[in-house]
Design a protein. Structure first.
Length: 176
């Protein structure tokens, strides 16, 4: 696919079941395998403390920037298929353990608020495990609701209960 036309989106990935990094790599590979989507940036992986529901394993998290010909709802459908392919089970506790969680953080500078999709992601500005990897890719992205750079949001984040460490993925193959 060429990069003419289309949209830029940022997708977060996270896992805290089994081979967490492998599940995140599966998510990235799933995006890269779709002929309508090209990975144009990727953060390092991070080992992160759970937020909201804290009685669970720590996560591995990352963010990718993509160029896509998909509209936001088609991208959401693709992400759902990738999650299901990784064994995602949505019947458990909200914010609980999962093999793979993928969320659309930004879709160009659009603001979308429907029952199926909210963009920008409604809790991203409160999450170090999202803001740090976003800043690794592009700290100057402007949140279209708060009208602040993501670096500003990260620098003004309440740190309590949000530890994050670089994750060395020794078994990881090169990613797209």
């Amino acid at each position: 696919m060429t990069v003419d036309g289309g949209f830029t989106a940022f997708i977060s990935l996270g896992s805290n079941i089994g081979d967490k990094a492998m599940y995140c790599r599966m998510g990235i590979a799933g995006l890269a395998a779709d002929r309508r989507t090209v990975i144009t940036g990727r953060s390092p992986f991070y080992r992160t403390e759970p937020v909201d529901y804290t009685d669970q394993e720590w996560f591995v998290n990352a963010v990718v920037r993509i160029h896509t010909l998909l509209d936001p709802f088609a991208l959401l459908t693709l992400i759902g298929a990738i999650e299901r392919g990784a064994g995602r089970d949505r019947t458990g506790v909200r914010f609980g353990p999962r093999t793979l969680d993928m969320d659309i953080l930004f879709f160009d500078d659009r603001i979308i608020d429907t029952p199926e999709l909210t963009v920008p992601h409604p809790r991203m500005h409160k999450r170090r495990f999202v803001l740090q990897p976003l800043c690794d890719i592009d700290p100057a992205i402007v949140h279209p609701v708060f009208r602040r750079h993501v670096r500003y949001l990260l620098d003004h984040l309440d740190d309590e209960g949000q530890e994050i460490f670089p994750y060395d993925d020794p078994g990881g193959a090169p990613l797209p």
